[in-house]
Design a protein around this ligand. Structure first.
Ligand SMILES: Nc1ncnc2c1ncn2[C@@H]1O[C@H](COP(=O)(O)OP(=O)(O)O)[C@@H](O)[C@H]1O
Ligand SMILES: [Mg+2]
Length: 401
């Protein structure tokens, strides 16, 4: 980088992130060695932070799946030898250094090693370590926060993590306030760059659904300077790291069904609430496409709330006629609505198990079965289903609650 060799500064150090260690998985088939191993680090020097992914394509003779920890340690040992000062790292992004062991005849730059290691670093004379440098094509893409968008925002520094709920979902509080919130991040352990577009789609959906009852409500986007900024406080534009949602504290519908806990008689009104919420969703030209009991949570008033809207699907939760088609999210709007109603029918059948032999359970199961018949032509029309779904008033009238 920076054209000349620096003396080691006191503040210089390499911060490794063991959880980012990755190997290509080909070796699992025949217990050979992975062809590629990588780990992300931050190289701190002179008050600057350089984000680097170090990828090694060199074989080290440690085969087998069980050797993973040893291979990671070897890579970290190699990383600790590298003189990052002598490499032109890229600012404000993630640089990927790809290391190979090759015949010395190839004219790639030699991997620079720290002075103290150069002498005792012995290799057969016809091979040497070389490197290439490029922008890391797997880095997390954070959307830029556009001030003009007027999206409400909370600075990352102003939220506090309380608990991790899943890979990219956290329970948080806004600093100085007691109120619990949900923080859904762009980054997660299995991140791929197309996940950013998915995140942005979910965000657009939630903006359109503001104020809709029984549908998850966006509170704000979480912003900060780019995590890959090289020079701290250099005043670059903020990026979006995730979104903050209202927190609904009474568990998922999956938990409620599993524990046969319908919150007293509240569960009997859930089909009606959810059916109307789905109508509101469809009236906004959005389809859910992943209606499952995991994607419904129960709010403080024991009403159900749809979450995870419009960006994913689960193969088993697709209506049979759409399972072998082109990507489900690319079906026509009408087809996607039909798919939602089919999945909603399945959800009702599951929900009815809270009271298998009771009259409410039977009514809800029957409607569910009619919505999710195998053949589309035999299915109950959804407006008819809404008409016959028990509302709390009807249930009270029929003495069912
Ligand atoms: N607003 C919320 N209130 C309460 N729990 C939530 C909320 N949003 C998400 N969760 C919890 O986090 C889990 C994962 O969230 P979800 O939005 O479905 O993400 P994913 O895309 O990972 O499925 C949910 O199943 C639920 O347990
Ligand atoms: Mg989900």
């Amino acid at each position: 980088m920076k054209g000349f060799h620096h003396a080691l500064s006191i503040s210089e150090h390499i911060q490794t992130f063991p959880r980012t260690y990755k190997e290509d998985q080909g070796y699992r088939v025949d217990d050979s060695e992975p062809c590629e191993r990588s780990e992300n680090i931050i190289f701190h020097a002179d008050g600057l932070k350089w984000h680097v992914k170090v990828t090694s394509k060199a074989k080290i003779g440690i085969t087998k799946r069980a050797g993973l920890l040893k291979r990671r340690k070897k890579l970290e040992a190699l990383i600790s030898l590298i003189d990052f000062h002598s490499i032109s790292l890229l600012p404000d992004t993630v640089s990927e250094i790809v290391i190979e062991k090759v015949s010395c005849l190839l004219c790639l730059p030699k991997l620079p090693l720290k002075q103290e290691f150069q002498l005792d670093y012995t290799e057969p004379s016809d091979t040497c370590w070389v490197y290439t440098i490029q922008e890391d094509a797997s880095r997390v893409l954070y959307p830029i926060y556009d001030i003009e968008s007027k999206l409400p925002m909370i600075a990352l520094a102003d939220i506090e993590e309380k608990e991790q709920i899943s890979n990219n979902v956290f329970l948080v509080t806004s600093k100085g306030r007691d109120e619990n919130l949900i923080y859904k991040t762009v980054e997660h352990p299995f991140y791929e760059q197309n996940h950013t577009a998915v995140f942005q789609q979910e965000l657009r959906n939630l903006v359109l659904l503001q104020g809709c009852r029984n549908i998850v409500q966006l509170v704000a986007v979480v912003t900060s300077p780019s995590p890959f900024q090289t020079k701290p406080s250099s005043g670059s534009v903020d990026v979006i790291l995730g979104m903050v949602l209202e927190y609904y504290p009474n568990g998922t519908l999956e938990d409620a069904i599993h524990l046969l806990n319908g919150k007293g008689t509240a569960w009997k009104t859930w089909p009606c609430h959810l059916a109307h919420a789905l109508l509101r969703l469809h009236n906004t030209c959005i389809t859910h496409m992943d209606i499952t009991s995991r994607n419904v949570v129960i709010d403080a008033a024991d009403e159900p709330v749809f979450i995870d809207i419009g960006v994913g699907y689960t193969y088993e939760n697709l209506a049979p006629e759409f399972r072998n088609d082109f990507p489900p999210l690319e079906l026509s709007f009408n087809q996607r609505c039909q798919n939602d109603w089919w999945a909603f029918g399945k959800l009702l059948i599951e929900l009815a198990s809270i009271e298998d032999n009771g009259s409410s359970g039977t009514i809800i199961r029957n409607i569910g079965e009619k919505l999710s018949c195998e053949h589309p032509e035999d299915r109950l029309d959804i407006s008819e289903a809404i008409r016959i779904l028990p509302t709390s008033k009807k249930l009270i009238y029929r003495n069912i609650i």
